[in-house]
Design a protein around this ligand. Structure first.
Ligand code: AMP
Length: 403
């Protein structure tokens, strides 16, 4: 059977999934895996659809020194032991810059253009691109598709896309991009099946995981996001602060003598729920902790989500539905209940039993604003895009019907 390999490469790990292409171009997930501990204690792990362990093996640090080597280790295992040779590889790439509003098949020229956006996402883009470059050199005949976290938001109006700074910086690419676009796009495509009454309407989608943002979606299209130029803005996250007065950054530089590199590490790794609580960046640990600072961090998270929901509702002049997704949104009834409490003025009335049971529709039958929990699937979205670019006809039309 034809297969598609989906790759999500970060600085210290490469996650991958394999999808089988069944008749009628239906995609079926065959496995999830990752190579982590790159350059230190590399380890390849993979599980099948029934969570059966397919691989769990360690490598010498020198054998997997970098991200391309990690993907090569996974690729060799797939090819040599499972005889899986994908017909295409779909990559998650955080930044598509100002021009990419859709996934793109990668060529040497496209790769060169995407490398220009490294300065816009220095912690992610180089690691996303390195394995693409290496596959292009070693296996130039395997089609590769770059799927961007920014693309779904590129249709924002100029009002949503701009900062109040001189035009020159906008032209250079300093824009309010928004992220988690593959997740939002998946939800937009799932709404007609799961919540048909909301398809075509004004929906706030809350992607609440270790990274967190919210999207105002009108008629299945993103019109506003809580994130901006980088994935630092908006909601507080596991280790990122969310919205922060730029004056705080100036203070860190001038009064604390922190270098740009120090500030970058601080903002990406030491703030958010971790910095606020001093306990953990992990929502489960915070909820289980008896420490008052942990409870405060949880309350802060809920409060900021409420504030930002007001902002997104204003962007759409109202809201018809609300969707929770990602690690916290999908799995924590307690957090969902607390957040729903902040949304009562927007017409949200939660059904406590449905929420506790983890049903899909968790609002009361009469709730003016229905609330859903929809598990996201960014990897499936990437696989769909990859297949669509290989075979434009059938998949595209299937996808467009779904969205
Ligand atoms: P993600 O980045 O989407 O994988 O989400 C990771 C976040 O989801 C972490 O903060 C986890 O603590 C949180 N999470 C996962 N399961 C639960 C749960 N049952 N209750 C609360 N938080 C959870």
């Amino acid at each position: 059977m034809d297969t598609i390999l989906v790759v999500n490469a970060g600085s210290s790990s490469v996650k991958f999934q394999v999808f089988g292409v069944e008749s009628g171009n239906t995609l079926k997930r065959q496995m999830r895996g990752q190579v982590d501990g790159i350059g230190t204690h590399p380890r390849l792990r993979a599980t099948g659809p029934d969570r059966a362990v397919l691989a769990d093996r360690a490598f010498a640090a020198a054998a997997v020194p970098d991200v391309p080597a990690a993907l090569a280790a996974a690729g060799n295992w797939l090819r040599e032991e499972l005889h899986i040779g994908p017909i295409a590889i779909g990559h998650r790439v955080v930044h598509g810059g100002p021009d990419h509003d859709a996934p793109v098949r990668v060529s040497a020229e496209v790769l060169q253009r995407l490398e220009r956006y490294i300065s816009l996402a220095p912690l992610h883009q180089p690691y996303n691109l390195a394995p693409i470059r290496s596959v292009l050199a070693r296996f130039p005949d395997i089609p590769q598709v770059a799927c961007f976290d920014t693309a779904f938001h590129r249709g924002h109006s100029p009002l949503a896309d701009r900062y109040a700074i001189p035009e020159k910086l906008y032209a250079e690419g300093v824009r309010r991009y928004g992220f988690h676009g593959l997740s939002y796009e998946y939800i937009a495509a799932a709404l007609p099946q799961i919540a048909p009454e909301l398809a075509g309407k004004r929906v706030i989608v809350a992607h609440l995981g270790s990274g967190a943002s919210m999207c105002a979606m009108d008629g299945g299209r993103s019109v506003e996001s809580t994130m901006g130029f980088t994935a630092l803005d908006g909601l507080p996250m596991g280790t990122r602060p969310g919205q922060l007065d730029p004056g705080v950054v100036l203070y860190l530089a001038t009064e604390k003598g922190m270098s740009p590199a120090d500030i970058q590490t601080f903002l990406y790794k030491d703030c958010g729920l971790k910095g606020l609580s001093g306990v953990s960046n992990d929502m489960r640990e915070l909820q289980d902790s008896g420490d008052a600072r942990a409870q405060f961090a949880v309350d802060y998270f809920v409060y900021r989500i409420g504030l930002n929901a007001g902002m997104l509702a204003a962007a759409m002049s109202g809201v018809d539905g609300f969707v929770f997704t990602a690690g916290i949104g999908e799995n924590s009834p307690k957090l969902r209940a607390a957040i729903a409490g902040k949304l009562a003025w927007l017409g949200v009335s939660l059904d406590a039993a449905a929420n506790a049971e983890g049903r899909s529709l968790i609002s009361r039958p009469g709730s003016p604003t229905p609330v859903y929990v929809i598990p996201t699937d960014e990897e499936l979205m990437i696989a769909r895009h990859t297949l669509a670019l290989l075979a434009p006809g059938p998949i595209r039309s299937q996808y467009e019907r779904a969205s």
